[in-house]
Design a protein around this ligand. Structure first.
Ligand SMILES: NC(=O)c1ccc[n+]([C@@H]2O[C@H](COP(=O)([O-])OP(=O)(O)OC[C@H]3O[C@@H](n4cnc5c(N)ncnc54)[C@H](O)[C@@H]3O)[C@@H](O)[C@H]2O)c1
Length: 278
């Protein structure tokens, strides 16, 4: 249906002329999302901090990885531009949104994908700096992007088709031992998504989230280490699909949610989890 007239309309096949901002873009689900959007014709500002966090014992994405994602996106029909910025920095998120608007004349979708993990011990034994790293990135970074990006989505003229999208987790609804701060942050993302949907009432801008299950990326390898498991593959048996998800499978859902096909959805937290939450 047309968001303006309420009449049926043909689905838009390409997204040429639309601009998106994706955080956590150097690798994993964020990188796959940049590639998926570019393949649909989007212009994408690919944002990542491209630096390790001294509070965390595993490596984060790198500038070389971000550059590689941008080069892959150049296969088109869309394009990507890489930007090094930390989602926890409100001013940096405002500058990133301004950069997307300067380059492409506006912003149509903002996707908060960046995240970190820490734990492996009960919350009361977790180093406070790790708790802070998880909460400030996995919830605070999503809030910072929402603050910066939603006004830009609303600056688009009506009828709007703006999309604010966040990546939560199966941890948003499950109580996972030794990951209490991560569960708290991801449950916060789900609550934020629902509340933003109501705040955006009638604007044509929607807010939705996906909750991935165990997906084959470095964060899952770190989760395995935290649980003392031999590797990420150990998580496969927990999901009825009986395998890990590929980042591209989560990215496909995010790219669909960014497009016109999701116009009837807002405030949804969609499991893309191989059945993990069942
Ligand atoms: N992989 C899984 O099994 C899984 C499951 C559920 C949810 N998730 C979520 O999916 C999202 C993507 O994770 P992934 O699996 O691709 O992990 P990943 O570690 O491969 O990628 C995360 C990316 O985010 C970047 N990043 C981290 N903190 C940042 C910050 N403050 N500012 C900017 N960039 C930052 C990192 O540099 C890295 O490139 C995360 O929010 C994660 O919590 C992943």
């Amino acid at each position: 249906m047309s968001e303006r007239t309420g009449r049926p309309q043909a689905p838009r096949e390409r997204a040429e002329g639309r601009a998106a901002l994706v955080t956590g873009a150097a690798r994993g689900i964020g990188a796959a999302t940049v590639r998926a959007l570019a393949a649909e014709g989007w212009s994408v500002l690919a944002v990542d901090r491209c630096a390790d966090d001294p509070a965390l014992p595993y490596h984060l994405g790198t500038r070389a990885e971000l550059d590689a994602v941008v080069a892959q996106a150049a296969a088109g029909p869309g394009q990507a531009h890489g930007l090094v910025a930390d989602t926890r920095d409100r001013a940096a998120m405002a500058a990133a949104v301004a950069e997307a608007e300067r380059r492409w004349g506006g912003l149509d979708a903002a996707l908060a994908v960046a995240g970190v993990i820490a734990g492996g011990v009960p919350l009361w034994e977790m180093p406070p700096e790790q708790e802070e790293a998880v909460l400030s990135t996995d919830l605070g970074g999503v809030l910072a992007l929402a603050r910066a990006a939603i006004p830009a989505l609303l600056r688009r003229p009506e009828p709007r088709h703006g999309r604010f999208l966040a990546v939560a987790s199966a941890a948003a609804t499950r109580g996972l031992p030794m990951l209490a701060a991560y569960c708290a942050a991801k449950a916060g993302v789900a609550g934020l998504t629902r509340a933003l949907a109501t705040e955006l009432r009638g604007t044509g801008v929607t807010a939705n989230a996906v909750s991935p299950g165990s997906t084959d990326t470095p964060i899952l390898a770190e989760s395995a280490r935290l649980y003392g498991l031999p590797g990420a593959a150990s998580f496969a048996a927990q999901q009825p699909l009986d395998r890990l998800l590929a980042p591209e499978e989560v990215a496909a859902a995010l790219a669909w949610l960014a497009g016109d096909g999701s116009s009837g959805m807002t405030g949804a937290v969609v499991p893309v989890d191989g059945g993990l939450a069942l």
